[in-house]
Design a protein around this ligand. Structure first.
Ligand SMILES: NC(=O)c1ccc[n+]([C@@H]2O[C@H](COP(=O)([O-])OP(=O)(O)OC[C@H]3O[C@@H](n4cnc5c(N)ncnc54)[C@H](O)[C@@H]3O)[C@@H](O)[C@H]2O)c1
Length: 243
């Protein structure tokens, strides 16, 4: 707490980060970027994560497993100051064909995954009055939308809402919460035959190409560190797909 009694929202004092989804794509790039910026990074994924100082295998839908993973990070490195929820999956399914299991899984991974990670890390950050959290949402949560995307867009849109409310709740206590909403990004999440890789689609983008995972990672690093004025903010690395 500052002398005036208000919590600080400066860059986290503890440069220990927990990132989910680090075995591939955007999460992997986030881990590499943060390590390059001097953070120690613990990665949580369904598979081993090559880019991390500590690789933990866990499913973000499993609250107890995420709590346990965060406890292991704290035991190994100390207090966590940066948290990034990037684990996720995408599937294109016409809304009438979405099964109950697909619907539940979509919400459990994207919404539940974020909640479990925040719940496991917030007590430590609040105790110190310092920390930053970033949720990876999607361009489909802030604009656009498309056939087959209803359940994915619903999960990511809800995540934007959760991020904003958490931001308001936590900022006075020293923890900043923000989001990054990437447009179509060149990772394994986009299949080789994805319509977002088609030249016809890429020509519609002002930048004329997919977003790169490294560009998303730069946004995350900014929000964790230098963006001390950002609270409930969403950065949109999307090649101009939504302006
Ligand atoms: N690639 C895109 O075009 C794009 C665009 C907007 C948003 N996103 C979002 O960015 C995030 C990362 O996507 P990506 O493109 O890097 O995909 P990716 O498939 O390359 O990587 C996702 C990673 O998350 C992990 N993961 C999935 N479910 C998990 C679970 N239940 N528990 C733990 N780990 C889990 C996977 O194992 C994988 O390593 C996702 O939330 C995705 O929705 C991606």
């Amino acid at each position: 707490m500052s002398a005036a009694g208000a919590a600080t929202v400066d860059a986290p004092a503890q440069r220990i980060a927990v990132v989910t989804g680090t075995a591939s794509g955007i999460g992997r790039s986030i881990a590499a970027e943060l390590r390059g910026e001097g953070w120690r990074v613990a990665g949580i994924d369904l598979r081993e994560s090559a880019e991390c100082d500590l690789s933990l295998v866990a499913d973000v839908t499993n609250a107890a497993a995420i709590t346990d993973a965060v406890r292991r990070v704290e035991q190994r490195f100390g207090a966590v100051g940066g948290v990034v929820s990037a684990a996720g999956h995408y599937e294109s399914t016409p809304v009438g064909d979405v099964t109950d299991e697909q619907w539940r899984r979509m919400l459990r991974v994207h919404l539940g995954g974020f909640l479990h990670l925040a719940r496991a890390t917030l007590p430590g950050m609040l105790a110190r009055g310092s920390g930053a959290i970033v949720a990876i949402t999607s361009e489909l949560a802030v604009g656009g939308g498309g056939p087959g995307d209803a359940h994915y867009s619903a999960a990511k849109g809800a995540l934007q809402g959760m991020m904003r409310s958490l931001a308001v709740e936590m900022a006075p206590r020293g923890v900043r919460v923000n989001a990054v909403a990437p447009g179509p990004t060149d990772t394994p999440l986009l299949a080789a035959d994805s319509p977002w890789r088609a030249p016809d689609y890429l020509q519609t983008l002002p930048v004329g190409r997919l977003t790169r995972p490294e560009e998303v990672a730069l946004c995350v690093a900014y929000l964790l560190d230098a963006g001390t004025f950002c609270v409930g903010e969403t950065l949109n690395p999307n090649s101009g797909a939504v302006i």
